[in-house]
Design a protein around this ligand. Structure first.
Ligand code: GDG
Length: 490
């Protein structure tokens, strides 16, 4: 019998598994292809954590069909996972973004359930688990991210009992009453319990998960832990910790960027191109219904109508980064937002100035920093948001201690950024008042708040987040599978 040599696969001690690779393929006008860092919360966070760790990243490259060969980018080994066009529709747009995303964000739009979407979700999670199993070195640490991959921990555990598995949820974990709607709730809980440690943005999210374990699956919980029997009722019991480790941003990197002469000059240029308004308000969001853009515009429109603010002295600049454009709820939102912006400008803009400057684009990081540095009032008004990195980025750019942050109480960030002007975006009257409080706050008050906000983010930056997460994962109790104790206990 001839034994065929297996191709050598590189393996790594740290493997990140996320729906998307951190890069997009771009084709230059001359036809050459290259990879460019893709925007988004998870990528922004992990980008400053991975370099220097000799890690691998398993994820989808963003185009349906065959996966590209593995490649190295920014010191990271990237292992693409293939998704067919049908899987993109069913696993990603369907189950992830039309079933889970609404359920996990308070059902701001209603969720859609299809059994064939679930089947695709399971099949794709299995493929991700297999890809992670291939590149993980013996005893490696595998860090799985987000709601698209909730079955990966248990699937990977089955394939590779030797590895240490962590999962981090970037979005909220829903209250048990909403999670209970999912016909596949038990499988999702069991999928997650394959991990050694489960990380959440807020304590309330971890508690929601533990409540789901208790009430929907009948598992005992104690403090921030849940106990289950990975190998059936007669097998050995195992305890998994679920607790909050809130994500952050690269404070020093952004602080440095915002201090460069180029960014400062660009900030001044942005203000002057808007006619040097006295008050420049700014919104920066993915165009997503969770971000409260419609509520923000409504409040702003009423402030214009009431004569509280007026262009050109006041301007609102709204960056709405294109997102999930193949999902109907996102297309509807775009139509609504653009209709509202058109109406506001039609009714309130004088010749030569715009009440709302609306930008449906993605921008380089330095342009974002310049926008943050230019804005007097930053409007972060989500109806529900796991964390919201934009709020933390804004304060990181304000080395001048200028600016004021209006922040929704329904963001994870509001648990940390107490000195912001905190608002309830559903309460339009209250939102208007909070915006005006931020506009009119005495300079000394704004500076005092900004100093405290910056200290909080500087002391709790993304490097500390990653370190805390990896330490929590490393100190998780040994699982029976890893010790080779699969069967019944003696
Ligand atoms: C999820 C959770 C959680 C946006 N437009 C551009 C751009 N961005 C960057 C922002 C920020 C990131 O993308 C967006 O992060 P958020 O936290 O605001 O929101 P999600 O994308 O919904 O992220 C969220 C996050 O994961 C992390 O755990 O906070 O709650 O929903 O960094 O600056 N960056 C560039 N150009 C753009 O046009 N360069």
């Amino acid at each position: 019998m001839t034994v065929l040599a297996r191709p050598r696969v590189r393996t790594f001690d740290l493997v990140v598994v996320a729906n998307r690779l951190p890069v997009d393929r771009v084709v230059d006008p001359d036809g050459t292809e290259q990879w460019r860092t893709s925007p988004g919360g998870l990528v922004t966070a992990m980008e400053s954590v991975m370099p220097g760790r000799d890690g691998a990243w398993v994820g989808w490259a963003g185009e349906a069909g065959e996966a590209p060969e593995p490649f190295v980018e920014n010191d990271m080994y990237l292992q693409p996972v293939a998704l067919s066009a049908e899987e993109v529709e069913q696993y990603y747009e369907g189950f992830s973004n039309e079933t889970l995303w609404p359920i996990y964000h308070d059902v701001i739009v209603s969720a859609t359930f299809h059994r064939f979407w679930w089947n695709a979700y399971r099949a794709v999670n299995q493929r991700f688990a297999e890809a992670a199993a291939r590149v993980a070195a013996p005893g490696a640490t595998v860090w799985v991210h987000d709601y698209q991959l909730q079955l990966v921990p248990a699937m990977l555990r089955e394939l590779r009992p030797d590895v240490r598995i962590g999962w981090f949820n970037h979005i909220p974990f829903p209250p048990v009453e909403l999670f209970a709607q999912l016909p596949w709730r038990q499988s999702l809980v069991e999928g997650l319990l394959g991990a050694d440690f489960l990380g959440f943005q807020r304590t309330a999210d971890a508690e929601n998960f533990l409540r789901a374990c208790r009430r929907l699956v009948g598992l005992p919980t104690k403090g921030d832990t849940v106990t289950h029997h990975p190998h059936g009722d007669d097998g050995e019991a195992h305890t998994v910790r679920a607790s909050a480790i809130p994500i952050s941003i690269d404070f020093n990197g952004l602080d440095e960027l915002a201090r460069t002469p180029e960014v400062k000059a660009r900030a001044a240029e942005i203000r002057s191109s808007l006619g040097d308004p006295e008050i420049l308000m700014l919104g920066v969001d993915r165009l997503d219904y969770t971000k409260g853009i419609r509520h923000r515009l409504k409040a702003y429109e009423e402030l214009l109508r009431d004569g509280e603010v007026a262009p050109p002295e006041t301007a609102l600049l709204q960056v709405a980064t294109p997102s999930r454009e193949r999902v109907a709820a996102y297309r509807n939102l775009r139509t609504q937002v653009e209709g509202t912006v058109g109406r506001i400008n039609g009714e309130h803009s004088p010749i030569g100035a715009q009440a709302v400057q609306y930008l449906h684009h993605s921008y380089p990081r330095s342009e974002m920093a310049a926008l943050f540095l230019a804005a007097d009032v930053m409007l972060v008004t989500p109806l529900r948001d796991g964390m919201n990195l934009v709020a933390k980025e804004y304060v990181s750019c304000r080395h001048d201690l200028g600016g004021a942050l209006v922040l929704s109480e329904f963001t994870g960030a509001a648990r940390e950024l107490h000195q912001a002007f905190v608002c309830n975006p559903h309460d339009i009257e209250g939102l208007k008042q909070t915006i005006m409080r931020a506009v009119r706050a005495p300079e000394a008050d704004r500076r005092r708040r900004m100093r405290a906000l910056r200290k909080r983010v500087a002391d709790h930056d993304v490097q500390r987040w990653a370190q805390r997460y990896l330490e929590a994962l490393a100190s998780a109790p040994e699982r029976p599978e890893r010790q080779g104790r699969h069967g019944k206990s003696a």
